[in-house]
Design a protein around this ligand. Structure first.
Ligand code: SF4
Length: 368
């Protein structure tokens, strides 16, 4: 698994706590550094690549010529003969027919993920998104017409002032779009974001928990009615369209992450590159890449597994629980079985639909 971080955005969304920089200048120096890191760290990837993910930031902000340079570096330094899924995260305003045709021309990407977030212009303004609802529709139509194998749409619910009807209206705009994957996230107010200060200043009233819960239940009903299977708390897929790359993160598959702020995991160590474009580029060009790393102890690995597994419909695979913690988990989880949040099957502890909604709290309760 290979992840590439493209840390540029046209502007900062109010809710975003990811590392990104609001400028498109300097992308060539960044791409050159990325290609050099790809070359220098290719020894970290022992197996043929099965998935590649261009995330951000906004990868579609890069001109296709620069993406082509990165694709060439991957093809030159990695075994790409077994690739199943290559995703690029995009924003609607970038997805013109010409851009998509050039992207298809690279014969590399087979999955496009589009950050629509809402089809309502007032929501998009509130979130400080650059596109409007017309551009969102055009982007969907253009991407379908361009013929990519997999199309994923991101939406956000639990927005300030959003009623259940508003949310259902958003979902219904997708009814006629032939797409296979939906990521629907509950809006969370992260530390240090514009949204947090707007709320603190009383300029924005957050959606309350009960309303967010109603949105979630409306989402589950819409998904079932339209042939989408929920496989993670925020992810829904039609048959054959599950996100392979993200699913492997949840199974603790090792991955290599390149680029500023990108994380890597080799099964034992977590490593993350410096979250600063200039320091990243300078260090790659000068020699050792500026990064930190930590060894994941048995406890941390166990807790991390609980945290990710409980957000998936499969839940915790009992065979993957570290033996020193298996008996304690079997004991502690029973209270969630009793109150209907977890099903205890011979092979798994599976969250119920209600349990999925409380996944983070249940996991925190079960930590060792
Ligand atoms: S486009 Fe994505 S990464 Fe960029 S600011 Fe918005 S949410 Fe954050």
């Amino acid at each position: 698994m290979l992840y590439l971080h493209i840390p540029y955005c046209h502007r900062k969304c109010t809710y975003c706590a990811f590392y990104s920089t609001v400028t498109a200048s300097g992308t060539q120096a960044y791409v050159d550094a990325l290609c050099l890191e790809l070359k220098r760290r290719s020894h970290c990837m022992e197996h043929p690549l099965r998935t590649v993910y261009f995330g951000g930031g906004t990868p579609s902000l890069l001109p296709v010529g620069q993406l082509a340079q990165v694709v060439d570096a991957i093809r030159n330094h990695y075994d790409t003969t077994a690739l199943e899924e290559v995703t690029i995260e995009t924003n609607p305003e970038d997805l013109t027919p010409a851009y998509l045709a050039d992207l298809r021309g690279l014969a590399f990407f087979n999955r496009v993920s589009i950050g629509v977030q809402s089809f309502h212009d007032d929501d998009l303004r509130l979130l400080n998104r650059r596109h409007d609802s017309c551009q969102a529709f055009e982007a969907l139509e253009n991407t379908v017409a361009a013929g990519f194998e997999h199309l994923s749409v991101d939406l956000i619910y639990g927005l300030p002032g959003q009623s259940v009807e508003d949310w259902l209206d958003n979902l219904s705009r997708l009814n006629d779009i032939p797409f296979g994957h939906l990521s629907a996230y509950a809006l969370t107010v992260e530390e240090g974001t514009m949204l947090q200060s707007q709320i603190e200043q009383g300029r924005v009233v957050p959606c309350d928990e009960a309303m967010q819960l109603s949105h979630y239940h409306a989402l589950l009903q819409w998904a079932e009615a339209h042939g989408f299977h929920q496989y993670e708390i925020s992810n829904f897929a039609r048959p054959g369209h599950r996100a392979v790359h993200n699913s492997r993160y949840w199974n603790r598959t090792p991955y290599l992450g390149v680029g500023a702020a990108a994380h890597s995991f080799d099964g034992l160590y977590r490593r993350w590159n410096v979250a600063d474009v200039k320091r990243y580029v300078d260090s790659v060009m000068a020699g050792p890449i500026d990064h930190d790393e930590e060894e994941l102890g048995l406890k941390d690995a166990h807790n991390e597994y609980l945290m990710t597994a409980l957000r998936t419909v499969e839940g915790i695979d009992k065979r993957l629980v570290a033996p020193p913690f298996a008996a304690r988990l079997q004991h502690d989880i029973q209270r969630f079985v009793t109150n209907g949040l977890i099903c205890d099957t011979p092979t798994h502890y599976r969250p119920t639909p209600e349990g999925l909604l409380h996944a983070d709290g249940i996991a925190a309760d079960l930590f060792v």
